[in-house]
Ligand binder design. Structure first.
Ligand SMILES: [Zn+2]
Length: 290
């Protein structure tokens, strides 16, 4: 994880590296790379196993963003504790005890225990010894999900207000192979996947520009297959008004050992590839703002 200074002896839910030098309307965020497991978070599975759900080290891969005029926002908490890339209503009510304050809209993922708070890992009836309560789910949303979204929304609004347009890159990593419950089933995944909800969250020209750059570097980088993008790109985008959000997924085999959740020897080389991508995107955004 990128360095996370404690505030009043506590790790804050979100860390932001502000842009250095001349600012441009570009914002990066990494919602799933958090690896600070709160003391109160007790589950039936080992830390090693939970850590495999993280998009480990993704914030570090994009740590050069501020040098190119763009802030980087990263969650410090793990995504299975509460997932910033899900809507707060995305939860299956039968997974908890008690009632929610708002009507729920569970997605297919929530039905298998991967809604805004994960309640199951593969093959487990529950992550928790005692059933989770609706109060606890709502507490996590207020204490972790909300500050993360405030940080992302504020950075995007600030850039949009100043420049009249903003580009948002939502950064993730994916397992090298899917499992039977994934959209793509048990198949090998490409090096990168760039998503814009089939053109719904960004000018497709920008999406294609990012994909083409990675292809020119020798990688496979399809658009919107198998991923389309989730809550964070949908929630803050409005391409017709100049608000463009794309999701980028990096295949973990490129930079880490998935079983051990450790950086591979290739990590510095892939970080260089992504630093070059940041520079290329910053040039695109500068030209567009020109
Ligand atoms: Zn992710």
């Amino acid at each position: 994880m990128i360095p996370t200074p404690e505030v009043n002896g506590r790790v804050p839910p979100v860390v932001m590296l502000p842009a250095r030098g001349s600012k441009i309307p570009l914002v990066f965020d990494s919602p799933h790379s958090g690896s600070h497991y709160p003391e109160s978070f007790k589950t039936l599975v080992s830390l090693d196993r939970m850590r495999r759900a993280e998009d480990a080290f993704v914030d570090e891969l994009f740590a050069a963003a501020p040098d190119h005029g763009a802030p980087l926002i990263a969650a410090t908490f793990p995504r299975l504790f509460v997932d910033p890339n899900r809507a707060p209503e995305d939860f299956e009510p039968s997974e908890v005890q008690g009632a929610f304050a708002v009507p729920l809209q569970p997605s297919k993922k929530a039905a298998v225990g991967k809604g805004i708070v994960w309640t199951r890992l593969h093959g487990l009836a529950s992550l928790y010894e005692a059933p989770l309560t609706a109060t606890e789910v709502m507490r996590r949303i207020d204490a972790y999900w909300r500050p993360y979204h405030v940080a992302v929304a504020s950075a995007l609004d600030e850039a949009f207000d100043e420049f009249g347009r903003v580009y948002h890159v939502n950064c993730h990593s994916m397992r090298a192979r899917g499992n039977p419950m994934d959209e793509d089933g048990e198949s090998d995944r490409p090096d990168f996947v760039i998503s814009d909800g089939d053109g719904g969250t960004s000018d497709p020209h920008f999406t294609k520009f990012v994909s083409d750059h990675l292809r020119d570097e020798g990688f496979t980088a399809p658009c919107n297959d198998p991923y389309k993008g989730a809550d964070l790109v949908r929630r803050y985008s409005d391409p017709a008004r100049g608000r463009h959000s794309i999701q980028i997924e990096i295949n973990r085999k490129l930079y880490m050992n998935e079983e051990r959740v450790e950086k591979a020897a290739t990590f510095p080389a892939i970080k260089d590839v992504l630093t070059d991508l940041i520079r290329t995107i910053a040039d695109y955004v500068r030209d567009d703002a020109g």
